[in-house]
Design a protein around this ligand. Structure first.
Ligand code: BES
Ligand code: MN
Ligand code: MN
Length: 485
């Protein structure tokens, strides 16, 4: 019988699933990678079905109405960690949503990898902009559409399946700990306390996280920088009640007009933030670092096309990659006040509010920036209004080393599975726990994310490629192999 390459793989997979340790031929045993690849192929339908069950749980951490769902998701993760072979799996209560912990210690003399991820998701609003319901996952064009499919349930679940594969194939060659939290999307308020109180339990050699993006499926990358965050809320109050805009208009400060002016004044014509001292601690990249960063493939036309914009906008003198990866920002996330109902109501509102976030870069500090913002915002308020400034969560920026054993292992894993060396990149998003791990546990993080910027995380129609999910599992297994060498 003549067997072509495709049917040979099929046959091989069939035999593999039947006999487990079946060998390709009696002369040629399967390599560890081939075993992993085959295991993932054989079990991919179940892996996806399990992920879908997790995606169906609306674990929105920001919404108290979903508190029971957040716990349900934690319990689901617990079950799956146990099924995969983890020990000491437990639900750790916090003042907020629970943290899931589990481990597999094979030998205390071997290194330990601490996997961090989050099972909570962003709210799905605005619901009417989803093509299919946010918590009813569907596959379209090879992508899983659901809230959390990429951020971070899909990416976190790759680690549980990679662990399962290593356990089943007897390949686990170092110790693993899992810490999966349920409050990442609301600022990880209780994770810091948990880390500080459980230093012995969390003792490890490196942190491994998949919660960032790749350049593309053709160009693998490893994230080596994340921005920090200061998130503020401001309220501007004018008169003691809403007024008739004809009777009082022109004579009394309109808080929405004033707030708009104040916000507009916080950028100059070069797109720089005008808060005094804001840039004092910003680490400027060297010419070499900038050159290296801009070597990453990036197509501005495609970028604009994908977002349906005719032009980009940002700080003068920096490329788009530099603007998102290395420069701080100030953005209004929401603004409200006055009459927004149907029709027209002539009203001069009493109050106006806005939520404003600042993305931070090394070596800015979120507490200092929060302070600078507060002082500045108060100082630019005209006497005709009163302002109230409150701080929401914050987080510190992070850069991760590229000369560590763990980074080299991640790099080798990509080379082996993708046939290409990954490019180090800086992402614009924030994962505040990364700097906290460094500070509290003294540990560096490897950010091995498999999402794409176009996956629409936090947006309607969030999705995650099945290819990304499957190749991610394989790359994670390869990481362990190289790391424990
Ligand atoms: N996974 C994201 C962060 C991210 C996304 C990093 C893409 C790099 C690339 C994370 O879940 C997130 O959304 N973080 C928040 C911050 C948090 C404090 C609410 C963010 O970046 O807005
Ligand atoms: Mn995330
Ligand atoms: Mn997120």
């Amino acid at each position: 019988m003549k067997i072509d390459a495709g049917s040979e793989t099929c046959l091989h997979n069939l035999l593999y699933s039947l006999y487990g340790n079946y060998k390709k031929s009696i002369f040629e045993p399967l390599s560890a990678n081939e075993m992993t690849h085959s295991y993932i192929q054989t079990h991919q339908d179940r892996f996806l079905a399990e992920l879908f069950d997790l995606l169906r749980i609306p674990s929105v951490s920001a919404d108290s109405k979903h508190k029971p769902d957040v716990r349900k998701a934690a319990e689901y993760v617990i079950q799956k960690l146990k099924d995969a072979g983890a020990d000491k799996v437990e639900l750790c209560e916090t003042k907020g949503h629970p943290i899931v912990y589990g481990e597999k210690m094979i030998d205390p003399s071997k290194p330990t990898v601490l996997v961090y991820g989050h099972y909570d998701v962003q709210p799905a609003d605005p619901l009417n902009l989803w093509d299919s319901p946010a918590f009813e996952p569907v596959v379209k064009d090879g992508k899983i559409y659901a809230r959390g499919s990429c951020d971070d349930k899909g990416q976190m679940y790759m680690h549980i399946k990679a662990f399962e594969a290593m356990m089943k194939l007897n390949q686990l060659s170092c110790n693993v700990k899992f810490m999966i939290e349920g409050e990442e999307e609301v600022g990880s308020d209780n994770l810091g306390t948990f880390v500080k109180e459980n230093k012995a339990k969390l003792k490890a050699d490196v942190i491994l996280i998949s919660d960032t993006s790749l350049i593309s499926l053709d160009t693998p990358s490893i994230t080596v920088g994340l921005r920090g965050l200061s998130y503020m809320e401001v309220e501007v109050t004018g008169p003691n009640r809403d007024l008739h805009s004809g009777v009082y208009g022109g004579a009394v400060a309109n808080p929405i007009n004033v707030l708009s002016e104040m916000i507009a004044s916080m950028h100059d014509k070069n797109g720089r933030i005008t808060i005094p001292g804001f840039y004092d601690k910003v680490a400027e990249l060297t010419a070499e670092e900038r050159k290296a960063l801009n070597k990453a493939p990036f197509n501005l036309d495609e970028y604009k096309k994908e977002l349906a914009i005719d032009d980009v906008k940002g700080e003068v003198g920096y490329t788009t990659l530099e603007r998102t990866g290395t420069r701080p920002t100030l953005d209004v996330n929401g603004i409200w006040g006055g009459y927004t109902g149907e029709g027209a109501k002539t009203v001069l509102p009493s109050k106006a509010s806005a939520k404003i976030s600042m993305r931070l870069v090394p070596n800015q500090n979120s507490t200092e920036i929060t302070d600078l913002f507060t002082k500045h915002f108060q100082s630019i308020a005209p006497k005709s209004v009163k302002v109230k400034v409150t701080a929401h969560h914050g987080g510190e920026p992070a850069v991760t080393p590229t000369n560590s054993k763990a980074f080299h292992a991640a790099s080798s894993a990509f080379e082996e599975v993708w046939g290409k060396a990954p490019i180090p990149t800086r992402d614009g998003g924030s994962i505040p726990i990364v700097s906290l791990f460094k500070k509290e546990l003294g540990l560096d993080t490897v950010l091995m994310g498999f999402g794409l910027d176009s996956d629409a995380i936090h947006s309607p129609n969030e999705h995650y490629g099945i290819k990304n999910f499957l190749i991610g599992i394989e790359t994670i297994v390869a990481f362990y192999k190289h790391y424990s060498k």
